[in-house]
Write a protein that binds this ligand. Structure first.
Ligand code: BTN
Length: 270
């Protein structure tokens, strides 16, 4: 199994109505999100994908660098949902549920969703999602859904020291490489299905399924929000995608997807 992506196989047998019908592929790019945003501004249609074997300027949430070696799946999907900007955060849940379900079904991995935008295996991050949108007159013009999955590489070899104990890859979990093209197609098919469910029927079922995969609920967590730290019990994620935490003094606090980040109990350091 190779870490190279076979372009000819990316659309072979792909069963989607629109996602992945147009794929822009590059062996190396700065950031697939930046590339997709440029294409979206030029009018690229819904479902257009940018995909790269490696990114030289991959970006994570909160302006962080995203290490993107060859062997990972680094791609961005252009969506043009007819929703209000405030609803767009829910698409992050659509995407993380997609990844968790596909990793469970294809490889039998116990992939967990973690608020707001991660997928973990055994408490270690295997996937991150960066959604960026453009709006006009209080409606969404496009959303670029960037998905980064550590697949066919050893995080011990490619990641900086500080990430090695908090990250994992599919190769690290399974002890072998998998077919990148098959994983990519399964993700597009599931993303289209869950996105359709969200657009047609609303957020309820998506959120319910997302919570079934969310092991952090009911556990002690630490939230970092605009420099403030709060330790408490993660009680729920509500219908707006906000995290509800019971703080140590018993008060309930809601955190919105945006600048807040969440650390799990065994990762909290005093
Ligand atoms: C995070 O967890 O902070 C989000 C990481 C998102 C990484 C993906 S990789 C594909 C796309 N291109 C980027 O530059 N970022 C996203």
């Amino acid at each position: 199994m190779s870490t190279k992506i076979c372009v000819d196989k990316l659309q072979e047998g792909l069963r989607t109505k629109c996602l992945g019908h147009n794929i822009f592929f590059s062996r190396e790019v700065g950031s697939t999100n930046e590339w997709a945003k440029k294409l979206a501004k030029l009018g690229a249609s819904e479902g257009t994908v940018t995909l790269a074997e490696t990114q030289t300027a991959g970006r994570g949430r909160l302006g962080r660098e995203w290490v993107s070696p060859r062997g990972g799946l680094w791609f961005s999907v252009i969506l043009r949902p007819k929703i209000k900007p405030a609803e767009a955060v829910k698409l992050v849940f659509v995407a993380s549920l997609t990844v968790a379900e596909v990793l469970r079904e294809l490889y039998g991995l116990k992939a967990e969703t973690k608020w707001p935008n991660d997928v973990l295996i055994g408490g270690r991050k295997v996937c991150g999602i960066l959604a960026e949108m453009d709006t006009v007159d209080n409606s969404v013009c496009f959303v670029v859904m960037g998905i980064g999955i550590d697949v066919n590489f050893d995080v011990g070899e490619f990641f900086p020291r500080e990430l090695r104990n908090v990250a994992t890859s599919i190769q690290n979990e399974l002890g072998k490489k998998v077919k990148l093209e098959s994983l990519f197609k399964a993700l597009l098919e599931r993303l289209e299905k869950i996105h359709e469910e969200f657009i047609e029927n609303g957020f309820d079922l998506v959120l319910e399924k997302w919570k079934e995969c969310a092991d952090f609920l009911g556990h002690k967590v630490m939230i970092v929000d605009e420099g403030e730290r709060l330790v408490g019990l993660a009680l729920d994620v509500d219908g707006e995608g906000a995290l509800v935490v019971k703080s140590e003094d018993g008060t309930l606090k809601r955190f919105f997807v945006g600048d807040a980040s969440l650390q799990l109990e065994d990762k909290i350091r005093s």
